[in-house]
Design a protein around this ligand. Structure first.
Ligand code: PSV
Ligand code: MN
Length: 426
């Protein structure tokens, strides 16, 4: 199924007058306060978030999985699904592949399909957290950190293969997330595991094309529950430095212990020019992978405040790669992703409204109350008319979720693919 621009325009027509009223009201108020509304709209339109190929079907937990009907069963269908989300929201112009779940068979056809949806290939992700069929070595006790050279070599080789696959698709970055760690005290020698990991990453880095980046993701626990080799941003940062200029830390919002000040991590990494990638999701307890902004929208806004500051003040940091890394256990994955994209744009728009000059003056004056007023004034602004306008400007839907339901997309997909169609992935 495809949604064409005419369908979107027709459905937008009914809401345009009411939208214009709300937009004009907000735009006038912001202009009076000195904001450049056109510049904000442009930034919102330019902000594109990659959709991971593994988030288009139902997720699951170790207790079970409740499938969603009409799931994409191959890479073509996954790209089609991202195409649907992008057509509606105009903010999902990229897909991130996990290898070996999504190895293309016909590269030209896959690239053409993505182009037809106006989608590019974002970071490619390696997988050394699961054993692969016919592999000679097992990752049960780690991959890049393993005490066995044969296992490490296999994991290094896999990452180099992933780079080659990504290169053929036009990807420009490799994301490495390791599940390596230990489940029990004494099981692993921390120093040896870290040294092996560093040496292995340096080896992979040697195969990175000049215009590529290596993103090193961290996570405190799960699937290992006593220790994880790359447990925090400091370890990732250290490993990225050991690799070289093209290696960066990747922040996944769910990969922190409760109450960690993620905005401060963002600020530190950007000051050092080492924030390469970002995975969005939300959580209450751990790596819950819930819909972005569903639990802690204010925390998300504060993180965006640090990101906006960094994008404006840290030329040493490259423009980060944005991706949603969520799991959908009980919602229609496409509806969930539309909600996440909306929450991301909303937090970004609000952060763009923080008056950085005024804030820095209040900070200099140690006017703590004013500092809080400035950021909360931005947070309390209802920016939804800005998001609608940014979508309209690119030919997207005024109300993506509503149109998704009006067009009965899920039932159309079930008709096309069948109720039993299951997506590969976790
Ligand atoms: C690990 O929890 C993670 O966040 C990494 O990005 C993986 O590649 C992804 O989830 C999918 O399992
Ligand atoms: Mn992640």
């Amino acid at each position: 199924m495809r949604i064409d621009k005419n369908q979107i325009q027709d459905s937008n027509a009914a809401g345009l007058v009411e939208h214009a009223d709300r937009f004009d009201f907000l735009a006038n108020a912001l202009t009076k306060k000195g904001y450049d509304v056109e510049a904000i709209l442009q930034k919102l339109s330019d902000f594109q978030v990659a959709i991971p190929s593994w988030a288009l079907g139902a997720g699951g937990t170790r207790f079970g999985r409740f499938g969603y009907k009409g799931e994409p069963s191959d890479l073509n269908q996954k790209i089609d699904d991202v195409g649907l989300i992008h057509a509606l929201t105009q903010t999902a112009g990229a897909i991130s592949l996990h290898i070996p779940w999504d190895v293309p068979s016909d590269y030209t056809a896959i690239k053409d399909l993505a182009t037809s949806h106006d989608i590019v290939f974002d970071a490619v992700n390696s997988n050394t957290f699961q054993d692969q069929k016919n592999a000679s070595e097992s990752y049960k006790f780690g991959s890049l950190s393993n005490t066995s050279k044969a296992v490490r070599d296999q994991a290094i080789e896999h990452n180099i293969d992933v780079i080659k696959i990504g290169d053929k698709l036009g990807s420009k970055s490799l994301t490495v997330w390791l599940s390596d760690g230990s489940n029990f005290p004494g099981q692993s020698n921390f120093q040896a595991a870290l040294q092996n990991t560093q040496d292995s990453l340096v080896e992979i880095y040697k195969s990175l094309p000049d215009d590529w980046k290596l993103f090193i993701e961290y996570k405190p626990y799960e699937p290992n529950f006593y220790s994880t080799v790359i447990q925090d941003w400091g370890t990732s940062f250290m490993l990225a430095n050991a690799c070289g200029d093209k290696a960066y830390t990747l922040v996944d919002l769910g990969h922190h212990l409760p109450n960690t000040n993620i905005e401060q991590i963002v600020a530190t990494l950007m000051m050092k020019g080492k924030l390469g990638g970002f995975h969005f999701n939300d959580s209450k307890y751990g790596d819950d992978d819930l819909t972005v902004g569903s639990v802690k929208p204010y925390a998300l806004f504060l993180i965006f405040n640090a990101l906006v500051y960094g994008m404006e003040n840290n030329p040493q940091n490259p423009y980060p790669a944005w991706m949603i890394d969520a799991s959908h256990n009980i919602k229609d994955p496409l509806e969930d992703l539309i909600q996440s994209l909306d929450a991301i744009q909303e937090a970004y728009a609000k952060a763009l409204l923080v008056d950085q000059k005024l804030l820095s003056e209040a900070q200099e004056d140690h006017d703590v109350v004013k500092c809080q007023e400035i950021i909360q004034d931005a947070y309390r602004t209802d920016v939804r008319p800005l998001l609608e306008k940014a979508r309209l400007n690119r030919g997207g839907a005024l109300f993506p979720l509503q149109l998704y339901r009006n067009l009965d997309v899920r039932n159309e997909l079930i008709k096309e693919r069948g109720a039993d169609s299951v997506a590969s992935g976790l």
